[in-house]
Every structure is written in structure tokens, then in C-alpha cells.
Design a protein around this ligand. Structure first.
Ligand SMILES: *[C@@H]1O[C@H](CO)[C@@H](O)[C@H](O)[C@H]1NC(C)=O
Ligand SMILES: *[C@@H]1O[C@H](CO)[C@@H](O)[C@H](O)[C@H]1NC(C)=O
Ligand SMILES: *[C@@H]1O[C@H](CO)[C@@H](O)[C@H](O)[C@H]1NC(C)=O
Ligand SMILES: *[C@@H]1O[C@H](CO)[C@@H](O)[C@H](O)[C@H]1NC(C)=O
Ligand SMILES: *[C@@H]1O[C@H](CO)[C@@H](O)[C@H](O)[C@H]1NC(C)=O
Length: 510
């Protein structure tokens, strides 16, 4: 058993086509693939990060505007003045003759309903305050005729909703990456729907007020996205971000909304906070972007009934509120470096290399002028085996003993014979002169023709190498002589060294 056979290593063989156009094309493709994979996917898009799902908590704490930010109701077009009926036109000019209503300046507790909500908030802008009572001969509701009757309805607007301030206290967490942060530890900004940043102070400055800061004595500060400072903005900033210029615009384009304003019907805003740690190569830096989207043709109302149903209750108050509904959603793209992810990106891109090889192969084999020559270099075609079916068994047996198809460099034959059949492994020196050994090139191309053909081809090969040949031997005379005549050894010293190392006969080594 030959260990070199048992542990033989198999590796593919390549054809090197010496055509600069193909090589350059291949290099060009590889270059672009490198740029795409490494520079774009891995470095710019940070494809080496594994992403996790972002969850978050958000608390919205509203506060009614301070007195100094409230205007006298006579300065609001939608407010009645001293109980006198009047009409106004919507701020976009689309709805004329809207009736004004009484205005009531509610404080924080009266304007927000319900007091606490997770990830959402509702602020009243118009309230129908209805008082109802049971008919006098009903003490409760046992009989079908006992129905509440409305005794009074009051409708009023709540002015100043735009400058209600919101404290947005939010945190984000990526459980799968064991990553979490609070809003105090991140930077952020608010964006218009077109991607430009909104300045939260605009809500005040466009009304002629100073932007509230501690420095100018406001008692709170309008800031958003500053590290170590709570996010406090006015509701109007969320309206601006949703491209709603005023609550007195037409509420929608269909049905009843064509004749109502946002202030009357209510408005629904979806506020999205998107967390992102891909803007910087420091994974611990997270930034958030707040955007606000108007839900078109939607109103919102909440009905509060005081007191609820019960024995001995004969009156009740229904507070039907329309107003600003804010729902917060949180999401984003948070990733962390992971070797496994980097490997996935790199291995996936190997597929691109295969594509590039296919393209270059396609050009070489189908487009270029020399394509048929390239194809012959690439493909080894065997003889047609049905044509040589009549081959003699004794000839076939020779293939069992040795590899006759592939040419063996002549120099190895010489060494193998000297070592007593090391290469053939049969313990019997090979007969160099009697058996026609495979011709170098003919064997490689699968030639199995008559021996004379082999000899001719070998002649050509040998004469190329400049060694004198007789034309009758398949081996160069130099090598044939080497095994038989030690005197010839001096003409090939380098071969002798190799042979000596592998147990060459001592007589030849001298
Ligand atoms: C509000 O307007 C009315 C009428 O214009 C005026 O009499 C009243 O003083 C104003 N109130 C305030 C607080 O400015
Ligand atoms: C205001 O209009 C309502 C209904 O249009 C009417 O009932 C009421 O009497 C009017 N009030 C005044 C003061 O004109
Ligand atoms: C609320 O008030 C308005 C105006 O007075 C009225 O048209 C509407 O029907 C009222 N809605 C309810 C539910 O009472
Ligand atoms: C309550 O009284 C009214 C008139 O006073 C009468 O029409 C009604 O039927 C009475 N309802 C009941 C439940 O007795
Ligand atoms: C984006 O929209 C805002 C408000 O509509 C506007 O002020 C701003 O100029 C716009 N920016 C761009 C780049 O269009």
C-alpha cells in the first residue's frame, strides 16, 4: 500500500489563458465586486452588524400653556365674543361661514382624557357638554319608556391647543442584542415629511413669542434631541411636522370632513420615533428621528359619562370630546458587530465572483476570435471509446499498471527506473525501450492511435527541446542512455542528485 496514494490530495486544475483582454476583464469585475462588497456593503452599509427588533416605551406628559402664551378669546376667529353669534372662514379659505363657538380655557386636567395612556394621548379641542335627566316618574331604568332626556347642550372650543407642551419620555431596547437606552442618553431631531429638520422653537416664534427657556424665565425649556435634557415640544411642532399648518384648516376631502375643521372634528397623528445606530461607527451612539403623519379623513372623539349607570341616578353629564389624538410608535435599526454576520455577507458575495467568472468564460468561449482555441485548452476530449472498442485485453492491462493517458515528464521516468520501480510500485524495473511509453502531448490529448503516430509527435516535442533524436525511440536518447550507461551520467548532474537522494545505484552516483 502506497501512503502517497491513500492520502492523495485532490485539487482542481485550471487553464491559464494568456490573453490580456480576458485577464483585464476579470480583474475589472473582481475590482467592482470588491468595491461593492467590502466598501459599500461592509463598510458603508455596515453589513457586519446583526440587527435586532427595537421595542420601546413612551410616555407623553402634556401641560396646558401658561397664561402668557394664551390670547384673549376675542383674538381667535373661532371664538364667540361675549356670547354673540359670528361666523368665520377656515384658514385655508375652503369653508366659509363656519359658526364660532364659545371658548373655554381648560387646564391640563380638564383637557386631557383619559388621564393616563400608554404610547398615546388625547387632547380636547371641542367639547359638547350635555346634561341629561330621567323623567320625574322614573327613579331608575326598569321600564321601556324611561329614557334620559337632554336638558342642555353646551358646545365650546378649547383655545391654545397648539401650544400645549408635551414632555416625551421614551426609551428603546433591543432585547436580542442586550441593548437599551433612554432618551436622555441619545440625540435626536424632528423632521418634516420632506426630511428637513423642524426647529421646535418655530411654534413660538411664528406666533410672536420668545422660545421658552430657563434663561428667559419660562420655567421650562423647549428642547428636542439634546443629550441630558428631556424632550419638551409644543403640539404645534407635531402639526408642522405632519404638514398641518393650522387646526382651522379643512379636516378632510370626503363626507362630513369637507365642512369641518380639524379643531371641530379632531385630528389623528401617528408619531414615529425611529432609533438608529448606523449613522456613526460608534455602536453606542444612537440617534432618533421623530416624524409625524396625519391620518387623512379621520376624526377622533372620546365620550365621558358622569356618573356611570347606577341605582338612584336620575341625572348624568355626557362630555363628548373631539380633539387631537396622538399615537406613538417606535422602531428603528439597531445593530451590533458580529463575526458570523460579517462572514454571511462575505460568503454571500462569493456568489458574485461566480457570476463574474461565468461572464468572462462566456466572453472567452463565445465572443473572442480565438474562442475555439480557448475551448480546446479548457476541455480535454477523450478518444471516442466506441471507436476503440476492439482494443486488445493485453493493451488494456497496461492501463491498469500505469497512467498512460497523462504524459509523464521524461525526467521522472529516468528517476523512477533508477530507483527500481519506485514510481510504478511493482518492484520490477520498467522496460524503457521495449514498451512504447505514452507520448507527452499525444497522451494528454487522449491520442490512442497507432504507435507510429505517437512517435511522430514525440519527435516534434523532443526536437523542440533541442535534443538530438533518432525518430525511432519515444524517449529522448539522453534519458534512455542514463539508465544503461553510467558514463552518460556526467552530462546530467542535476538529475543525478535527485536520483541519489532516492536511492540511486551507487555505481551511477559516482
Ligand atoms: C379681552 O378682550 C376684551 C374685549 O376686547 C377686553 O375687554 C379684555 O380686557 C381682554 N382681556 C384680556 C385679558 O386681555
Ligand atoms: C345664535 O344662533 C343660534 C342658532 O343659530 C340661535 O339659536 C341663537 O339665538 C343665536 N344667538 C344670538 C345671540 O343671536
Ligand atoms: C355637539 O354640538 C354641536 C353643535 O352644537 C351639535 O351640532 C352636535 O349635534 C352635538 N353633538 C352631540 C353628540 O351632542
Ligand atoms: C311618566 O309621566 C308621563 C307624563 O307625566 C307619562 O306620559 C308617562 O307614561 C309616565 N311614565 C311612566 C313610566 O309612568
Ligand atoms: C420641507 O418642508 C418645510 C415645511 O413644509 C419647508 O419649510 C422646507 O423648506 C422644506 N424643505 C425642502 C428641502 O423642501
Amino acid at each position: 500500500m502506497d501512503l502517497d496514494n491513500v492520502f492523495a490530495y485532490s485539487t482542481p486544475r485550471f487553464v491559464k489563458i494568456r490573453d490580456r483582454r480576458l485577464g483585464m476583464l476579470n480583474t475589472l469585475f473582481k475590482f467592482f465586486i470588491f468595491v461593492y462588497v467590502v466598501v459599500y456593503n461592509v463598510i458603508l452599509l455596515m453589513g457586519y452588524k446583526v440587527q435586532g427588533d427595537v421595542v420601546g416605551t413612551a410616555r407623553l406628559q402634556p401641560r396646558a400653556p401658561d397664561l402668557k402664551y394664551l390670547r384673549n378669546s376675542s383674538r381667535h376667529r373661532y371664538c364667540m365674543i361675549d356670547g354673540k353669534n359670528r361666523t368665520y372662514t377656515s384658514s385655508d379659505g375652503l369653508i366659509p361661514d363656519l359658526p364660532a363657538f364659545e371658548c373655554r380655557y381648560l387646564d391640563t386636567f380638564d383637557t386631557v382624557y383619559p388621564p393616563v395612556e400608554a404610547q398615546a394621548l388625547f387632547i380636547s379641542t371641542r367639547v359638547n357638554d350635555t346634561l341629561q335627566q330621567l323623567p320625574p316618574n322614573c327613579t331608575d331604568l326598569p321600564r321601556p319608556s324611561c329614557r334620559y332626556e337632554t336638558t342642555s347642550v353646551e358646545t365650546y372650543f378649547v383655545p391654545g391647543t397648539e401650544l400645549v407642551t408635551l414632555l416625551i419620555d421614551h426609551t428603546m431596547s433591543v432585547p436580542s442584542l442586550d441593548f437599551s437606552k433612554s432618551s436622555l442618553d441619545m440625540t435626536g431631531r424632528i423632521e418634516y415629511t420632506n426630511g428637513t429638520e423642524v426647529n421646535p422653537c418655530d411654534a413660538y416664534t411664528r406666533r410672536g413669542y420668545l422660545c421658552p427657556t430657563f434663561a428667559n424665565g419660562a420655567g421650562f425649556e423647549i428642547t428636542f434631541g439634546t443629550q441630558d435634557a428631556a424632550d419638551i415640544i409644543a403640539l404645534d411642532t407635531l402639526f408642522q411636522a405632519a404638514d398641518v399648518r393650522s387646526l382651522d384648516e379643512r379636516a378632510g376631502n370626503i363626507g362630513k370632513f369637507t365642512s369641518e375643521t380639524f379643531r371641530y372634528a379632531g385630528i389623528v397623528l401617528i408619531v414615529t420615533v425611529n432609533y438608529d445606530n448606523y449613522f456613526s461607527y460608534d455602536e453606542n451612539k444612537v440617534q432618533y428621528i421623530l416624524t409625524s403623519k396625519l391620518v387623512p379623513d379621520a376624526d377622533f372623539k372620546a365620550e365621558e359619562i358622569n356618573p356611570g349607570p347606577g341605582i338612584d341616578e336620575t341625572t348624568r353629564r355626557i362630555i363628548d370630546r373631539h380633539g387631537v389624538r396622538i399615537v406613538i410608535t417606535q422602531g428603528g435599526k439597531i445593530g451590533r458587530f458580529a463575526v458570523s454576520q460579517l462572514l454571511i455577507v462575505l460568503v454571500t458575495s462569493m456568489g458574485l465572483l461566480a457570476v463574474s467568472s461565468s461572464i468572462v468564460d462566456g466572453v472567452a468561449m463565445n465572443v473572442l476570435k480565438m474562442r475555439h482555441i480557448y475551448a480546446q485548452y479548457r476541455t480535454v476530449t477523450s478518444v471516442d471509446f466506441s471507436d476503440i472498442a476492439a482494443i486488445k485485453q493485453s493493451d488494456l492491462n497496461r492501463f491498469v499498471a500505469e497512467d498512460l493517458v497523462n504524459p509523464r515528464p521524461a525526467i521522472f521516468e529516468q528517476v523512477g527506473q533508477g530507483a527500481g520501480g519506485v514510481t510504478s510500485g511493482e518492484g520490477q524495473p520498467r522496460q524503457m525501450t521495449s514498451a512504447p511509453a505514452p507520448a507527452k502531448q499525444a497522451g494528454y490529448y487522449g491520442g490512442m492511435g497507432p504507435a507510429s503516430g505517437l512517435v511522430d509527435e514525440v519527435d516534434d516535442v523532443d526536437s523542440d527541446e533541442g535534443s538530438g533524436t533518432t525518430g525511432t525511440s519515444v524517449r529522448s536518447p539522453e534519458i534512455v542512455a542514463w539508465g544503461e550507461n553510467p558514463a552518460a551520467a556526467s552530462s546530467a548532474p542535476s538529475v543525478r542528485m535527485k536520483g541519489w537522494k532516492r536511492g540511486f545505484p551507487s555505481s551511477a552516483a559516482v
